[in-house]
Each structure stands twice: as C-alpha cells, then as structure tokens.
Design a binder for this molecule. Structure first.
Ligand code: NG1
Length: 422
C-alpha cells in the first residue's frame, strides 16, 4: 500500500468536517455535494474487498428513487449480491474517518480481513443519469487506481445490470457475457424462445410440474399488500415469509429454497433457483421423452430470463409477458386474480428517526415506549386493517404504512398513526 499516495489523493477528496454517514439499506445516500470523499474511499474499499475475495467487485453510483440532488454509492459482492454485513461496517468506518486516521483505518481493515495486498484487484463501475454521477464515479476511479486496482467503467447502467456484470465476470462467463449487449442478448434470446412455445399443448404445461420434491418459498416485506399474502398462502398454497425492508434481506432469505421468489412492493424482486434445481432441469432437457424435454426447455428459458443476480424490473417485465403469453392470459385477467386492499403510505419528518426501533421484520415498534400500543388501539378501529411505522434506511424520514377495507379508512388510519409518531 503506497500510504503517501493515499494521503496525497485523499486530501483532494477531503471529508467535510463533522459529517457522519452510515452504510444503510442501499449503501450511502445523501446530498451529492457531500459525497466526493465517500466515493474516493469506496474506490479504496472495493480494491481491498476485491483482493480479499480474489474476485471482481462492483461499485454503483446512484441514489435510485431519491431526489435528483441526492446521490449514493453501494458495493456489489462477487456473486452479484449486496456487500457482506461485516464490510458494511468497514465502509461506515472508512467513510467517517478523519483525514489523519485514514491510513490506520485502511490498515485495520486489511489486517482484520486478512487481505493479501499483493493480490490483483478488479473493480467495475456503473452510474445513473443524475448530473452529479459522472464526476462522483470519477472519484471512485481515483480511489481504485491509487490502491493499484484495475477497473472497467461501464458508464450509464441500471443497478441490476451492474449486478449482472459482476456475476458474469466471477463465474467465468457461464452466466452470460459481461457486456451490455451480452445482457440484452441473454434476455432477448430466452424471451423469444419462450414465447415461441406459446402454442404448446396443455400436456406440456402439466409435465412442467416437477414440483413434488422442490421446496418453494415466497419472501415479502411488511409493505406487501395483505391481499397478496392471503392469495399466495390460501390460493397458491405457497409458504410466505416476511423480512426487513431492503433487497439484501429478501435475497438472503430466498436463497434458502429450491425456488425462492422475492419482491418488495415498490417493484424490486426476482426468483432464485438453487444449483440442484438447475441441474435437474438441465438433465430433463436432455431426455428423450418429447413432452418432458420441451417442458424442461421452457423452464431453462424462464431461468435465463430472470436476472438472478438482483431484482431487475426489465427482466421481471419480460418474464411476466412471457408467462401471460404461455398461459394465454391478458394483463387484465392477470390483474384480476386478486384485489389489493386499499392502502396509504406517508412520510413523517421527525427530529431523529432513530428513536424508532422495530422488531418482527419491522412490523412492531419497540421504541419509543407506548408507540406500538397506540398503533394497536388505532388499528382496532378499522376492518381488515394493519399499520406499522419504521425509520427509512434511505431518506431522513419515518415511513407510515396502513391498509384497511376502504381507501377512506386506510387514509384515516395512516394519518392517525403519523400523529402518534410525533
Ligand atoms: P427505505 O427508505 O428504507 O424505506 C426504500 C424502499 C425499499 C428499497 C430501498 C432501497 C419503500 C417503502 N422502501 O427503503 O423498498 O427499495 O429504498 O432502494 O419503498
């Protein structure tokens, strides 16, 4: 580690005095003007993580749905998953270190994580369309190069595309080609193959039921509409699990199943297939029996159409289009499968959102004392009702969610709960 060079370059990406940030649900997020030092330091950290895992690591510069003047950064681990929790802590330490402590923190992390500093490092970088993103991704690159890391800057990319690139690069190209064309080709080939099969007979669909020996689980968060949970459990007869908000929690839980399906109500989601399932399907696709082979081919294409590295709206949309075509359903018929309960989400500004802590996958408030009891009393006043509050992990607000049998009741309940938060 060339400590002299790190000190010199770090001074060019100086940390504003007194600024404390935390690696949250989706990495660091705050006003773009406060993030230059964080970007530089995440470039450094990505190199250490790459050396430690002997793999390509991703860095995405984005603040997703936050206001345009915000920005953010998150690291992507070797299999396209979110950064490991122990490294989230290192990220927080490094981002908050005062200039004079930077070297010590870097050495501490390297020692704690037994990083071989002689190992090569490779980092891939992507960014969103915010005006601040290009300059901030340049600061990431400064951090990568000062520690001797190699990099590839993909420029504009969606977050799930960057996850896909990392996954491809670390699996020797087995998952797909790590280029933007490779991504589109993989999805479009699977989509075309699948929709070609839309004329299959009912027999072939029936032979798709490989299901007896597979365990399937659906993972949601507290924001999932109560009707969707009821439909999944009572009509589809699949077990449903609830985790804390944030893709990393859902993804992790979904990995426990042969086929794990997860989604957040705002659209992040995908399906994960275990290696054993993929092998079984591959074997069936080589069978001589025509119907089974066609059915297995269909499943192979479905698996290819999902971006298993991370929830990906483009891939999800194509999967849905293909399934509707295969089943001969219209979007309207699909939408009519069940009806969402009326619901309302509100944001509440408080002095310190961390005074609210939760348990039970964020469905129950533990602190401040009395808050949960107040929510329980309010919920009792309405039919088919449910409400919860939690501090956002990406914005400086407390989020309130309520659902009930009518829109008016859901609105009232959300409003009353937000008053209880003050
Ligand atoms: P927070 O700000 O922690 O509620 C939001 C979304 C999450 C997820 C993350 C990351 C809601 C209620 N929450 O988290 O679903 O998308 O941002 O982007 O939509």
């Amino acid at each position: 580690m060339d400590l002299g060079a790190i000190t010199k370059y770090s001074a060019l990406h100086a940390k504003p005095n007194g600024l404390i940030l935390q690696y949250g649900t989706a990495g660091f997020r705050t006003k773009a003007e406060h993030l230059d030092h964080v970007m530089f330091r995440m470039g450094l950290l990505a190199v250490l993580r790459s050396k430690q895992t002997k793999s390509t690591i991703g860095v995405m510069v984005t603040a997703s749905h936050n206001p345009e003047e915000d920005n953010g950064v998150k690291l992507v681990d070797p299999l396209g998953e979110m950064l490991a929790p122990s490294w989230e802590e290192h990220a927080t330490c490094l981002a908050n270190a005062e200039e004079q402590d930077m070297q010590r923190v870097l050495i501490d992390i390297s020692e704690k994580e037994a990083v071989n500093l002689q190992q090569d490092a490779f980092v891939v970088i992507g960014r969103d369309t915010r005006p601040s993103s290009e300059k901030l991704s340049q600061s990431v690159i400064d951090g990568v190069t000062v520690l001797g890391g190699q990099f590839h800057d993909y420029g504009l990319l969606t977050t799930p595309q960057l996850h896909y690139m990392v996954y491809c690069r670390n699996t020797g190209g087995r998952y797909g080609k790590a280029t933007i064309e490779g991504y589109y080709q993989k999805l479009s080939k699977a989509f075309v193959e699948l929709t070609k099969q839309a004329s299959c007979s009912g027999d072939e669909y029936r032979s798709l039921k490989i299901g007896e020996s597979l365990n399937i689980g659906v993972v949601q968060t507290a924001y999932a509409n109560g009707s969707s949970t009821r439909y999944l459990e009572e009509v589809m007869k699949v077990p449903v699990y609830c985790t804390k908000t944030g893709v990393k929690h859902l993804h992790h839980k979904a990995q426990e199943f042969d086929i794990g399906v997860y989604f957040e109500a705002n659209g992040h989601g995908t399906a994960l297939f275990s290696t054993a399932v993929e092998m079984k399907i591959k074997q069936s696709a080589e069978q001589l029996e025509d119907k089974k082979r066609k059915a297995a081919k269909m499943l192979e294409n479905i698996i290819d159409l999902f971006n298993q590295a991370a929830g990906d709206a483009i891939s999800d949309m194509l999967v849905i289009e293909a399934i509707l075509a295969l089943k001969g359903l219209t979007v309207q018929q699909w939408d009519a499968l069940y009806t969402d309960l009326p619901n309302r989400q509100l944001k509440v500004q408080v002095a310190d959102r961390r005074v609210i802590s939760t348990t039970d996958a964020e469905r129950q408030a533990v602190t401040p004392p009395g808050l949960q009891e107040a929510i329980n009393d309010l919920v009792k006043k309405y039919k088919l009702s449910r409400a919860f509050v939690r501090p956002s992990g990406t914005e400086d607000v407390v989020r309130v969610y309520a659902e009930a049998d009518s829109q008016e009741s859901a609105d009232h309940l959300a409003h009353e709960v937000s008053l209880a938060v003050f």
